[in-house]
Design a protein around this ligand. Structure first.
Ligand code: JE8
Length: 252
């Protein structure tokens, strides 16, 4: 995967040398290039913003530098972090991980002149993505989050690929709690079943915990979870946890 990031704060992306993204780059699975938008300015002050047409607070990012920057990095899929974008999900991360060339446009100020996005959309796919319903200073933090969520899905990056199957949001449920040694810590014990060595019972316990956590913390996810994927034991765990599953199970 090739990824080009265009930003007025290239130093923001130094952390992407570390951890799994750094590993993906070293493995050759990810070719990440960070570009300073000011490279494509032509005035002595390297100006990237101007006052908004129609008035209003703040400044807007000028189209000219963006137009030249996007031409320079070539076509791919343009990803524009924005508060008006589609909320980013694990499903989006999987889709984006399958793409060959990502171009991230990091806006600042009050955003990028809309004509930049419209003009790019005439020649390549554009995805406007939001991290959530709150307002950031710009797109850089969102790109770091998106890059981490996507990079960990690239082949070979995660040492233990099986962990992708069970993690939160991958299977449509939140994952079960995790424990490690010591067995007793500050008078708190690891659940006995996890130390039983009975893999069938351990799997059942983890499934029950995932269901109960999801029902308690993310009723929206539980509502979307396919009912046909809930077996009798699942329904029993939810029922015993005080969660009523609709529609009710058909007579089994
Ligand atoms: C941004 C952003 C994501 C999210 C993303 C890019 C570029 C007051 N104004 C501030 C309102 C419009 C946006 C201005 C700041 N800004 C925010 C985000 C985002 N992805 N989930 N929240 N905010 C830019 C400029």
């Amino acid at each position: 995967m090739r990824a080009d990031v265009i930003t007025i704060f290239p130093d923001y992306f130094a952390p992407l040398e570390l951890s799994l993204v750094g590993k993906a780059r070293a493995m050759g699975v990810l070719d990440l290039q960070v570009h300073d938008l000011r490279t494509w300015t032509s005035d002595v002050h390297r100006t990237v913003d101007d006052t908004p047409y129609g008035g209003g607070p703040g400044m807007v990012m000028r189209p000219e530098p963006w137009g030249q920057a996007l031409e320079a990095v070539g076509d791919g899929t343009l990803i524009v972090p924005s508060p008006v974008g589609k909320p980013f999900t694990q499903a989006d991360a999987y889709e984006i991980a399958g793409l060959d060339h990502l171009i991230f446009a990091c806006g600042r100020y009050e955003g990028i002149d809309q004509r930049v996005i419209d003009e790019a959309a005439a020649r390549m796919p554009v995805r406007e993505i939001s991290l959530g319903d709150y307002v950031l200073f710009g797109g850089e933090v969102a790109v770091i989050v998106i890059m981490e969520a996507v990079t960990r899905l690239l082949p070979g990056v995660l040492g233990n690929a099986s962990s992708l199957d069970e993690e939160s949001h991958a299977a449509g449920l939140l994952e079960a709690p995790v424990y490690t040694k010591p067995a007793s810590w500050r008078d708190r014990e690891v659940p006995e079943i996890l130390r039983s060595g009975d893999h069938g019972k351990i799997a059942r316990w983890r499934r029950d915990q995932s269901l109960l956590r999801t029902a308690a913390r993310r009723p929206d996810m539980m509502a979307s979870y396919p009912r046909e994927s809930l077996d009798k034991a699942d329904r029993k765990a939810l029922d015993e946890g005080g969660f009523r599953i609709t529609p009710p199970a058909v007579a089994e």
